[in-house]
Design a protein around this ligand. Structure first.
Ligand SMILES: Cc1ncc(COP(=O)(O)O)c(C=O)c1O
Length: 398
């Protein structure tokens, strides 16, 4: 935090940006003839009354303050321990994007000049950081996670990260995924704070918490954005809230950083139906459903962790237990060694012959023989276990 200076870090064109403004920012009532909309309504057959009231012929609310307030209320309730000493989150801390994939890209465009600046990732990690970096012509510096340590599997190496940041002032953003994908491991908060407290690096630490609701309560770093101005925390409604189809991702940041993201976004990036669904999901009733489903998934996670090792040829769980998926090794033979070749054969056979799609992760750093499987319903998990048992036997036989 020591060297952080937003005025020298953000790209000058972004700092100077005059965001797009429309008449609707100032006036929302009356005869609306300002935005070239169609007054007759949407071209939809059999429109029912709730759809009519959504006014889909009108551009959506550009700011979604009520939904943002609901999300703040929810995350503020979850503050425990030290986080209680930090000021509460308010809508000024929030940016909404079309999935957190939009936030990943916005952060790069805000801080990294194409063809010059760099970002840092910690493999094995979520692929979109690298894809967005490439789209923006931004080089990626990699500092691998510690595969196994006394703090658990796939933890951050804060000293190595800090050294990379000290050595290269062109790195403007560090992406840390917690709980990690594909590792399912929550990163130790104190290690993230070591990076946040880097004495000389001027940059942003992004903590991607897409899976945070499957971790123990109080694990989120979101409240800390009002303590560390160099911290951005991303979350999404795609996972615990079960709304991947709605495409709503969020970033929490200081009001100053957040206003840069809000200035940059397309004026109406969040659709009216997306806002309406988000408002329902973040109501007390919606949150209760989310928690009920998260509990079911966690119970099923416990069951898979118990049952999978009974299948001959399944090796160790190589990740953590903090997400709605697990990562485990496939061996070349019962009691053999991890094999990405066999894991890939099992993955392909499952998808092509047995109707079960999982994710092959055996090419990722530290994931030899790795398969990542999402936790499904009880019935889906039973199918997975049965088909997986067959596929692994067949692959090890050939
Ligand atoms: C770590 C991580 N971050 C972000 C995302 C993207 O989420 P969204 O659906 O909000 O774009 C994913 C999706 O799988 C993910 O695994």
């Amino acid at each position: 935090m020591g060297a952080f200076n937003l005025q020298t870090l953000a790209r000058p064109n972004i700092l100077a940006l005059e965001p797009y403004r429309c008449a609707r920012d100032d006036y929302t009532d009356g005869v609306l003839l300002d935005a070239n909309e169609n007054p007759y309504g949407p071209a939809l057959h059999n429109l029912h009354s709730q759809e009519k009231s959504s006014e889909l012929n009108r551009y959506p609310d550009p700011h979604q303050q009520p939904v943002k307030q609901l999300l703040c209320n929810f995350r503020n309730q979850e503050r425990i321990g030290e986080a209680l000493e930090v000021p509460e989150l308010t809508p000024a801390n929030l940016f909404f994007g079309v999935g957190s994939d939009e936030a990943i890209d916005a952060i790069i465009r805000c801080f990294c000049t194409p063809g010059k600046d760099k970002l840092l990732t910690c493999p094995p990690t979520y692929g979109m950081y690298g894809v967005s970096a490439q789209i923006n012509d931004v080089e990626v510096v990699k500092v691998n996670l510690e595969v196994s340590s006394d703090k658990g599997a796939f933890q951050l190496r804060p000293d190595a990260v800090n050294e990379a940041l000290s050595n290269d002032p062109l790195i403007k953003v560090a992406y840390i995924c917690s709980p990690g994908n594909p590792t399912a491991a929550l990163i130790d908060k104190s290690d993230i704070e070591k990076v946040l407290n880097h004495p000389t690096w001027n940059g942003i630490v992004v903590v991607d918490e897409a899976y945070i609701d499957f971790s123990p309560a109080g694990s989120s770093m979101a409240p800390y954005v009002n303590k560390y101005p160099n911290l951005v925390v991303m979350q999404t409604l795609s996972k615990s809230f079960g709304m991947a189809g709605v495409r709503l991702g969020v970033s929490f940041g200081s009001p100053e950083v957040t206003s840069l993201f809000n200035n940059m976004k397309a004026p109406y990036n969040i659709s009216t139906p997306a806002s309406q669904f988000a408002e329902r999901a973040l109501s007390p009733e919606g949150i209760a459903i989310m928690k009920e489903y998260a509990t079911l998934l966690i119970e099923e996670r416990v069951r898979l962790l118990k049952e999978l090792p009974r299948i001959p040829g399944v090796g160790k769980f190589i990740g953590g237990e903090d997400a709605n998926f697990i990562l485990f090794e496939v061996l070349d033979k019962p009691d053999g060694v991890p094999s990405s070749k066999i894991a890939y054969e099992v993955y392909s056979a499952l998808a092509e012959l047995k109707g079960v799609v999982v994710r092959f992760r055996g090419k990722e750093f530290g994931c030899e023989g790795g398969i990542r499987v999402s936790i499904g319903t009880k019935v889906e998990n039973d199918t997975f276990i049965a088909k997986f048992r067959e596929a692994i036997q067949e692959a090890q036989r050939t």
